[in-house]
Design a protein around this ligand. Structure first.
Ligand code: GAF
Length: 369
């Protein structure tokens, strides 16, 4: 059969932000919202991509397009074809139909869900035999070089390796993804997501500037990535740097890696209800040291905590997007209502508030295998 349907989920990052491109640790989970890609081979060297998402136009481009040829939503599709072909896989053209329940621009990695859905589907359709880590790296290449966003590999690893009932401990230096049990419902907990509706693209300057500062700090410290100084006391590391902004960026990365490992230890000990303070500390570090939060995001975190959330933080690359709040299941409605009320009081557009649980990663629909 020359057609396949595959799908890949969005993600929430439980903790570990802006650590991946520093060779560090992150702890994402795949969420139930998914993007589905139906791919049917064409013989004319063309890709025709269409999406059911509002505001998207169908796109038609050569299967061997180059970075810059395709822009807008279809660049994520074109980028995957480009990365596969650039790696020597002679994939032919195709009709690609996309349907998604991952909210776009919400910081829940809708772009990676799209790329991963196309990647797993092409991998299966053409029998490429690529493992998930290789696919994640190819999708990262598509994102970095075709779309032009200098992102790390966390989102792809979460989308490809996600598992029902588990968060994924991603070690960006080793490129490993280890499932860690996280059955929130069994522990009487809820994970509330607040999409603040403040949208931001990682092709804008803020993300790249943070990455550049970390890379400059690593160079000054004489290491490849900040991960190599992770085992030294944070105070010792930052005392070797003069620039205050650089000190704060490095402090965020090193303390955030430690918070990820502390969170994993609590989850492995069967104490998920105790991770809240680590989530909240992560938020403070993103707000004060990494400076990637915005007013709506901080408002959502403060309102959730005031209403009794066990912990709350922005999730994802920042400058907008979504906040997560861990609550006792019984407090979920009160926390959600408090966030909505705070947005109303501040005159912000109403947020979208919903819950997520750790869900399955990317896969192929059986009827088309
Ligand atoms: C975005 C990026 F795509 C990830 O690679 C990661 O850096 C994240 O921001 C911040 O943790 O989602």
């Amino acid at each position: 059969m020359s057609e396949r349907t595959g799908s890949a989920p969005g993600r929430v990052n439980l903790i570990g932000e802006h650590t991946d491109y520093n060779g560090g640790f992150a702890l994402p989970l795949a969420i139930p919202a998914r993007t589905t890609a139906h791919v049917r081979t064409r013989e004319d060297g063309t890709v025709v991509a269409a999406s059911t998402a509002p505001g998207t136009e169908p796109a038609r481009f050569a299967v061997d397009s180059s970075p810059g040829d395709v822009t807008g939503w279809a660049a994520y599709v074109a980028g995957v074809f480009w990365a596969l072909r650039d790696a020597g896989h002679d994939v032919p053209g195709a009709d690609v139909r996309v349907d998604s329940t991952v909210p776009s621009g919400a910081g829940l990695s809708s772009s990676h869900a799209l790329e991963c859905a196309v990647a797993v589907t092409l991998n299966d359709l053409h029998g490429l035999g690529l493992d998930r880590t290789t696919l994640a790296l190819l999708v990262q290449r598509a994102e970095n070089h075709y779309v032009g966003a200098p992102t790390g590999a966390m989102d792809q690893m979460a989308s490809l390796y996600g598992q029902d009932g588990h968060v994924i401990l991603f070690d960006a230096r080793a490129m490993t993804a280890e499932p860690v049990p996280c059955d929130l419902a069994a522990a009487g907990l809820s994970l509330v997501v607040v999409d603040t509706k403040v949208h931001h693209e990682h092709t804008d300057g803020g993300y790249g500037a943070r990455r550049a500062t970390c890379e400059a700090a690593a160079a000054l410290l004489g290491v490849q990535t900040l991960r190599e100084v992770q085992d030294e006391p944070v105070g010792d590391v930052v005392s070797k740097l003069d620039d205050d902004v650089m000190v704060r960026r490095v402090r965020h990365v090193l303390t955030e890696n430690a918070r990820v490992l502390d969170t994993v230890a609590l989850l492995r000990a069967g104490r998920p209800g105790e991770i809240g303070p680590l989530l909240t500390a992560s938020h403070a570090s993103m707000r004060d040291d990494y400076e990637i939060t915005v007013a709506e995001v901080d408002t959502a975190v403060e309102a959730a905590l005031s209403a009794g959330a066990l912990g709350a933080r922005m999730t994802g690359g920042g400058f907008g997007g979504s906040v997560i709040a861990l609550t006792a299941a019984a407090d979920e409605a009160r926390v959600s209502d408090a966030v909505r009320a705070a947005f109303d009081q501040h005159g912000y557009a109403p947020p979208s508030v919903f819950t997520v649980r750790p869900a399955a990663g990317a896969g192929i629909e059986e009827s088309t295998q």
